[in-house]
Design a protein around this ligand. Sequence first.
Ligand code: A2P
Length: 289
Amino acid sequence: MEYATLSNDLKMPMEGFGVFKVTDKEECKQSILTAIRTGYRLIDTAAVYGNEDAVGEAVREAIAEGLCTREELFITSKLWVQDMANYDMAKAAIDASLERTGLEYIDLYLLHQAMRDYFSAWRALEDAYEEGKLKAIGVSNFYAHVLANFCETVKIKPMVNQVELHPFFAQPAALETMKHYNVHPEAWAPLGGGRYNPFDSEVLQKIAAEHDRSIAQVVLRWNIQRGVTVIPKSTNPNRIEENFAVWDFELSAAEMEQIASLDMGYVGEAVKHFEPEFVRGCLGVKIHD
Ligand code: A2P
């Protein structure tokens, strides 16, 4: 496994395990334990996923089983937009995430969306970071112009921006903006999230065959090689293992370019975040009264 060094010198794994949509507590816990046994050290959850408690339980069980130490793990969670109404709500929500996970600190905490009063919410993250409750802070779904404006304005710049990144939505310009501000890129839906299908791509099939690897492994490796941390989600033990076996092969520069050429840009599903319907939907999702 490889690590990225964040702008505050914290080491962040280049691959993690995502638990978006894994709502069954036991299934969530068991799949995290499988992931940790396999070698994953980064676990990515969010307040809105409703499974922060299962993540905390899995962490305690993994440590009790001697699979790893707390220091080796890198737990990520995210502040939901409902709690971005003002500083106090954000502050209380960070404490609520700590309480639900039962952790003394969270390694990386992100603003989930650039919605509502995210500048006030960020000040709560900055304060919790300075208090040591959060080891790193960042953002998610911040498109380039929003990220640039944010980085030019805030006291502590976000260390990570987690956005949708895969061969069909590669966002090369957005990565340039992140590099400029020293914001580490992290990919959600690195396998296309079920909305894009990498498995039928002839380009990917050919490259996978040449390396005797699966298409999932090639797609994950491509993002890792261009400096992006990936967090594939799976509840299937074989696929959890398959997705982590990406450290012993390398894509050539030509293959990297061929994969990059699959980019469809800002069309179709990729522009969903810009639609009023999506924003209204997010603002309407409550995680508590
Ligand atoms: P499952 O949980 O049944 O394995 P993403 O991480 O891009 O959001 O993609 C997650 C989706 O891709 C899930 O539906 C997951 O299903 C599936 N998936 C995860 N790993 C693999 C793999 N190695 N091969 C095929 N499908 C996969």
